[in-house]
Design a protein around this ligand. Structure first.
Ligand code: B12
Ligand code: SF4
Length: 472
């Protein structure tokens, strides 16, 4: 059987004028995971529209499309195209799970939730000539899953070909997060077996890894065993974690010893009332400053994630947040405008309060205001969001952030790191167009292993982190 797997892109990622590096970072891991369930006799290709032009003139038997909210319209267009040509079209992913009724008219089968149980079931139904219209994931388990088909990934098109996910979901429940909507009907946090995860890591070439898990530290026992197993593998890695996990004694130490060099941390807001509003209880009463200090002491760079537009936010939130982040010496920051994704608790609340102002999914990219904010105008929210980026990445702020580092080496690293990400955007654009993204990986690895952190005994003689990656 001829199988074509597609990750459609949102418009911005295909712009003829400017290509942000963030769309050339990671390969389509979800599709490569699903491809593992195909048989050796199947001819399969994966096309990622973020990094290549889709070939729509072929005649596959089965087309598998992954649908995110911001690429939903494009996904439906491609699905309609292939159905008109007589191919069987399967649609799945986050957006299909949130809005199955919207997706169903564009598909022969739709898939709700993770695909590790439903996709193999579908394949056997399909081969037997009895595919169903809807597959709902019920069995949440990663034990014994087949190897990810990384051979189908065009590694040279990505800066971080070694992205990896060893768990699914997260133990927490935040109102704005996609997670509860996607995992409904079963477990919403589960991990691979430690040995399987370590074996997957062993299969990845080079040194650098990026864990895309929502919360790699979410299961402390699993994480500790994983980090212990990774010790001695000579890896440099990045991941996402919570303030709570950073403050917990023991785990961070193990992570650093196994190669952690930068961490994406969801601070979201400096206002405890906003944390309560979003039910982000795990951040409440946590000392953010202490968490950052701890990471820096271990030589781990911090990418702080912040959300603007919660009901407590007024026009002062932008300057306050940026000033704090700069003061703390956070190396990179990712700002978002609050975005109510369909089927989340936040979306339902906004809907009940009649505050949603558009259902154009193209605008649900965390850069547009798609609802009526409580204490600020939509225009001021949007302007404040862009101003926050400008202010955080000004040379003055970068130098101020760098000055918070105790050593000259640390200061230089901070400057190279923050500057490399935002100030070199035209260079990234050039490299992407020249299809030379992977040629930058050695540079990245060199920067990641750039300095040594002498001030902490655990990280002594260990390279310290830095990366431009974690600002996506
Ligand atoms: C890596 C990543 C990116 C990368 C690349 C994505 C890629 N190459 O796949 C980049 C940096 C480009 C990116 C960008 C954005 N992202 Co993003 N990203 C992620 C992240 C962290 C990991 C995705 C991943 O690899 N997961 C692991 C794999 C194994 O899981 P999976 O991809 O979901 O695939 C499984 C299932 O979904 C299912 N499945 C998927 N498709 C199909 C199809 C069929 C037929 C079947 C059977 C099953 C199936 O089976 C797979 C195996 O279980 C997620 C968070 C998350 N945990 O998912 C956010 C996430 C997907 N991103 C999100 C957003 C909002 C964005 C941006 C809009 C952010 C922004 N402000 O710029 C942009 C735009 C994305 C776009 N192009 O449209 C949201 C999506 C919300 C939504 N409802 O769609 C998420 C959930 C983050 C969040 N917490 O809000 N992102
Ligand atoms: S901690 Fe992060 S991944 Fe987990 S539910 Fe909250 S926002 Fe989602």
């Amino acid at each position: 059987m001829n199988v074509k797997m597609i990750l459609p892109a949102l418009t911005e990622a295909k712009s003829p004028f400017f290509r942000p590096i963030k769309y050339s970072l990671f390969p389509p891991l979800g599709l490569a995971t699903l491809a593992g369930y195909l048989s050796d006799d199947d001819a399969v290709t994966i096309q990622d529209e973020h990094v290549e032009t889709l070939d729509l003139n072929d005649e596959p038997d089965l087309v598998v499309i992954q649908v995110y909210i911001t690429s939903a319209y494009r996904a439906y267009q491609i699905a309609d195209h292939y159905r008109a040509k007589g191919a069987y079209v399967a649609l799945g992913g986050l957006h299909v799970t949130s809005l199955p009724d919207e997706a169903a008219p564009h598909a022969d089968s739709i898939f709700l939730g993770p695909g590790e149980d439903t996709f193999p079931k579908f394949l056997s139904d399909f081969r037997a000539g009895t595919p169903q219209k809807v597959y709902q994931s019920q069995v949440r388990d990663l034990i014994g899953m087949p190897h990810i088909r990384r051979d189908l990934i065009k590694r040279h098109l990505y800066l971080v070909p070694n992205s990896i996910v060893v768990s699914r979901g997260c133990p927490h429940v935040c109102d704005f997060c996609y997670k509860e909507a996607f995992f409904k009907g079963g477990k919403s946090f589960y991990t691979q077996a430690v040995d399987d995860a370590l074996a997957e890591i062993e299969r990845l070439p080079g040194r650098h890894l990026y864990f895309l898990d929502d919360h790699l530290f979410g299961n402390a026992r699993f994480a500790a065993a994983l980090f212990d197993g990774m010790r001695g593998m000579n890896r440099l890695w990045q991941a996402a974690g919570t303030v709570q996990a950073v403050l917990r004694s023991g785990l961070l130490e193990k992570a650093v010893a196994s190669g952690l060099r930068s961490l994406f941390v969801g601070f979201e807001t400096l206002n405890p009332e906003s944390l309560k509003e979003q039910h982000k209880h795990q951040n409440l009463n946590r000392d953010y400053n202490a968490a950052i200090r701890r990471l820096h002491e271990f030589g781990v760079m911090v990418n702080g994630s912040f959300v603007f537009g919660m009901d407590q936010d007024d026009e002062t939130v932008f300057d306050r947040t940026v000033a704090w982040a700069v003061e703390q010496g956070i190396e990179t920051a990712t700002f978002h405008i609050l975005t109510p994704y369909p089927d989340t608790a936040l979306y339902k609340r906004m809907q009940t309060e009649n505050r949603l102002t558009t259902s154009n999914w193209d605008l649900y990219d965390t850069r547009h205001v798609v609802y009526k904010p409580a204490r600020i105008s939509p225009e001021a929210l949007k302007a404040g969001y862009w101003r926050a980026y400008r202010d955080f990445y000004r040379w003055g702020s970068i130098l101020q952030g760098a000055a918070s580092k105790p050593t000259l080496k640390g200061q230089l690293r901070h400057i190279a790191y923050a500057g490399g990400w935002k100030k070199l955007e035209p260079l990234w654009d050039f490299v992407i167009r020249a299809r030379r993204v992977t040629s930058m990986l050695p540079v990245l690895e060199a920067v990641l292993s750039g300095g040594r952190v002498a001030e902490n005994p655990i990280t002594q003689n260990r390279e310290s982190s830095s990366s431009i990656l974690d600002s996506f």
